[in-house]
Write a protein that binds this ligand. Structure first.
Ligand code: NI
Length: 211
């Protein structure tokens, strides 16, 4: 079973390396690690959670639009490594339910655990680093005092919005701690959330010349 897991981990790394030109395997590894931690705290099925976490971006809507609906990359890897049809359906169902932009609440404990792990990786120091890296690669300004954050957007408005990196904290990241499903993830999120608030306080103090 460890061999299967390692083989699948290598398959995903290869997929990212070849097909998605360096999509972030480190994100996938962090999500898998947090998913195991949360699964232990919540009594969820660790094997299913780990496999779903490892494969959660393998059919990403943006990176792999042609396989997104059928979860073809995930299915191919699981079949190749001998995972049963029943487990494959559980895993594919989880992957289909966890995306932030879809706004679904997964209908299994294992799905909620993986969604929480993905959200935990969006906040804290890693979340700050990811936000500015993403903003930079999409030519978004760090901050614009004339563009205040918009909250209460619909999913479509959120998807269409070209916001600043600082606004992303108010429009999504600071809201995530209250969108978590499990107590274990909420505990992990506390420190990360407080760290983002400290960062923003210091950012504005420096911006306004107070620090
Ligand atoms: Ni993810």
């Amino acid at each position: 079973m460890q061999n299967t897991m390692d083989a699948i981990r290598a398959d995903v790394a290869e997929l990212f390396r070849q097909d998605f030109s360096g999509h972030d395997m480190a994100h996938t590894e962090r999500v898998a690690a947090q998913a195991v931690r949360i699964a232990r705290g919540e009594g969820a099925d660790e094997r299913i959670v780990t496999l779903a976490a490892l494969l959660h971006d393998a059919d990403d809507r943006k990176l792999s639009p042609s396989t997104h609906a059928g979860k073809d990359n995930a299915r191919r890897i699981l079949a190749h490594r001998g995972v049963s049809a029943e487990d494959t359906e559980r895993i594919v169902r989880i992957i289909g339910q966890i995306s932030f932009s879809d706004g679904l609440i997964p209908d299994t404990l294992e799905g909620r655990v993986v969604q929480d792990a993905d959200r935990v990786d969006a906040i804290g120091a890693i979340g700050i680093a990811r936000t500015f890296a993403y903003g930079g690669s999409h030519h978004r300004p760090i901050y614009d005092p004339d563009d205040p954050p918009c909250t209460g957007m619909t999913r479509a408005e959120y998807a269409a919005r070209q916001s600043t990196s600082i606004n992303h904290f108010y429009e999504k990241l600071l809201l995530l701690k209250d969108a978590l499903h499990t107590g274990t993830a909420r505990d992990i999120a506390k420190k990360r959330h407080a760290f983002m608030e400290d960062f923003l306080r210091q950012f504005f103090d420096e911006w306004d010349g107070r620090a």
